[in-house]
Design a binder for this molecule. Sequence first.
Ligand code: ATP
Length: 253
Amino acid sequence: MQPVLKVQALNKSFKTRAGLFKRQKTQVLKSVSFAVTPGQTLAVIGETGSGKSTLAKVLAGAEEVDSGQILLNGNMIVDDGIKNRECRHIRLIFQDPTRSLNPGLTIGEMLDDCLRFNTKLTEQQRESKIELTLSRVGLLSEHYDYYPHMFSGGQLQRVALARALILDPKVVVLDEALSSLDPSVRAQIVNLLLKLQKETALSYILITHHLSLVKHMSDKLLVLDKGEVVEYGASAAIFGNPKSKVTQKLLSV
Ligand SMILES: Nc1ncnc2c1ncn2[C@@H]1O[C@H](COP(=O)(O)OP(=O)(O)OP(=O)(O)O)[C@@H](O)[C@H]1O
């Protein structure tokens, strides 16, 4: 099957201060490549600082790369640092949804803004799209008029998911998005994610420290170490026989 997302030789560095007048370049992603087919989940694991969140931001167009390509359904969306609008087909959800939700906007206004800026839908079409999206993530149409502070943690992740899904993305990147939820709420959100994936062949990039989630949700696994891919392949095969020392250490926790 043709990959929905293909990432080729991504390199990303940050310039940081090294003394009063000196700046140094730290390479955070080193020639990272992988592919994901529709309906597949790729889990990304690695120790703290290995580059997982940077990869998530690069995929969602929130950080520029130094070099490398990102292709969505065979179309180049990022080419050596130049990105196009198709980046919106890859959406990012963070651990703490309050960081990315405007406290001064109701959920309906926020979703409507997303549609107004990115589509040519009429007001009526936008309204029905918002209602449909709220129900897809298990929220009610009354929630349209709620502000972020009126939701619980689990509901807020549903709101974040609604915002990610409103533009019909092909890929959703979950950067520790389930980590701060208590186990029963997490299980509900996982079931919702799997249901949505079944219905629409959505692909997920799952960044998490929770090995049980990796086992339960992922088809493929990519292990990052200091920005480099040290292992990549079918999750079941890697769990059964981890080859790199880093993977062995991460999976033995
Ligand atoms: N904006 C930035 N400027 C400079 N360095 C950065 C920036 N963002 C990340 N880094 C550095 O890049 C490296 C990778 O960070 P990143 O957050 O991607 O790792 P991570 O694997 O997601 O870690 P964690 O599991 O702790 O979230 C770290 O050394 C970090 O300090």
